[in-house]
Design a protein around this ligand. Structure first.
Ligand code: ZN
Length: 400
């Protein structure tokens, strides 16, 4: 098991010329060092068929580049001095990722192993943050992280991972419920200020790519990530021969009940989000203590008995999942957000899904996805956001 998440993605660029061809050899050797603990030059030569002298030369290049470190295990084996082992220097490349958690803005320095080395944060009053203020905060958090990069680290790039509606190509944050004054925010401005390229990503997309990479079975060829929280969103990825195809949908704005009169923030009526999204529940709730922050809402949910609550929301979400399955036929659906992290609600949702899409239905017998609740806290969003930069930089550092 590798200690580098998404290694299989980074490695693809080194395999273009066949495993025994000169081009891409350095990258393939680096991948082997990442994939196998206690890797040795001898083993690499045996496994690849590359001459030992050439392996030594290429490994030396990788050590000089700073990507690989060598060490001698402490224990002396019966055969005498143990062989020198090779391991990746995971702090050689560090990417910065800007992201939001509810109303807080963060910037994290993430290394090749997906470890968060430093986080800079700013708590804000999201309702009143305007574009100038937001850009200023992003800029100062970026500078704080840059000042805290580990010694010898090369800055790999800066990504911003955002919720809501994001136009990745034009680098625009089109819409997010928490940040009403940032409608259509142009992040090219930040790029000009920092004089460094800024990648703008949709948070669900980042999380999905990292999750898809560590899926338990290669049989899972397609996956949908559904986030049921403040709003409702989804991302889809499918493995293909030459990479991945992925897309984003706005499933929160599907209508699964024509009789619904719920008015959505998007301007339409009857969106599932306007019924089951946390923002809509908060609007309807008579409980002043009900939090609007997803993490605090999670605690609020876990602390009370929800046996009877949220029946309509669960039913609408089950119908939404039914439509997702019939449209995309994914092998796996990962559900995230406070509702599905609550065990009782998750179980009720699975039961409602089975009712909405009966296992014995003729159409769906062979297309039943594996439905799981994703882990509550994980670095997948950050790993996915950083991966884009790492792939590119590794390509440069491992160039033959
Ligand atoms: Zn809507």
């Amino acid at each position: 098991m590798t200690i580098i998440p998404m290694l299989s993605q980074y490695s693809k660029q080194f395999n273009f010329d066949g495993h025994d061809m000169p081009a891409g050899r350095k990258g393939r050797i680096f991948s082997m060092i990442c994939a196998q603990p206690f890797q040795t030059r001898k083993k690499i030569a045996e496994d690849t068929g590359i001459r030992p002298a050439t392996v030594s030369k290429l490994v030396l290049d990788l050590i000089e580049t700073g990507l690989v470190e060598e060490s001698r295990p402490e224990e002396i084996s019966q055969k005498g001095r143990p062989e020198i082992v090779l391991s990746p220097n995971v702090n050689r490349l560090v990417a910065l990722v800007g992201y939001t958690v509810s109303r807080t803005i963060h910037c994290a320095a993430v290394n090749l192993a997906g470890e968060v080395l430093h986080v800079a944060s700013e708590k804000t009053v999201a309702d009143s943050v305007d574009p100038d203020r937001f850009i200023t905060i992003m800029e100062s958090l970026y500078r704080e992280c840059m000042a805290n990069l580990p010694k010898g680290a090369q800055f790999a790039g800066y990504s911003i991972s955002l919720p809501g509606i994001v136009n990745e190509a034009e680098k625009k944050w089109v819409y997010s419920i928490y940040w009403p004054k940032l409608l259509g925010l142009d992040l090219n401005v930040l790029e000009q200020k920092l004089q460094t390229p800024v990648g703008v990503r949709k948070n669900l997309n980042c999380e999905l790519h990292a999750r898809f990479d560590k899926r338990s079975s290669q049989k899972t060829q397609s996956m949908v990530l559904v986030h049921w929280g403040l709003g409702i969103g989804a991302a889809y990825v499918c493995a293909q021969e030459n990479g991945r195809r992925s897309s984003l949908g706005e499933i929160g704005h599907c209508c699964v009940d024509q009789a619904s009169t719920a008015i959505c923030k998007c301007g339409m009526v009857g969106c599932v989000e306007a019924e089951a999204g946390l923002w809509a529940l908060k609007q309807k709730s008579s409980d002043p203590d009900m939090p609007i922050d997803e993490r605090r809402f999670q605690t609020y949910l876990d602390q009370k008995d929800n046996e009877q609550d949220y029946a309509r929301q669960i039913e609408l979400m089950a119908l939404t999942l039914r439509n997702v399955v019939l449209t995309l036929t994914p092998d796996e659906i990962v559900l995230t957000g406070p509702f599905t992290h609550n065990e009782a609600i998750f179980k009720r949702l699975l039961a409602a899904f089975d009712k909405a899409l009966p296992p014995n239905s003729l159409i769906t017998k062979d297309m039943r996805p594996h439905i799981i609740a994703g882990d509550k806290h994980n670095a997948d969003e950050l790993i996915g956001a950083a991966a884009h930069h790492f792939g590119k930089r590794l390509g440069e550092l491992c160039a033959d």
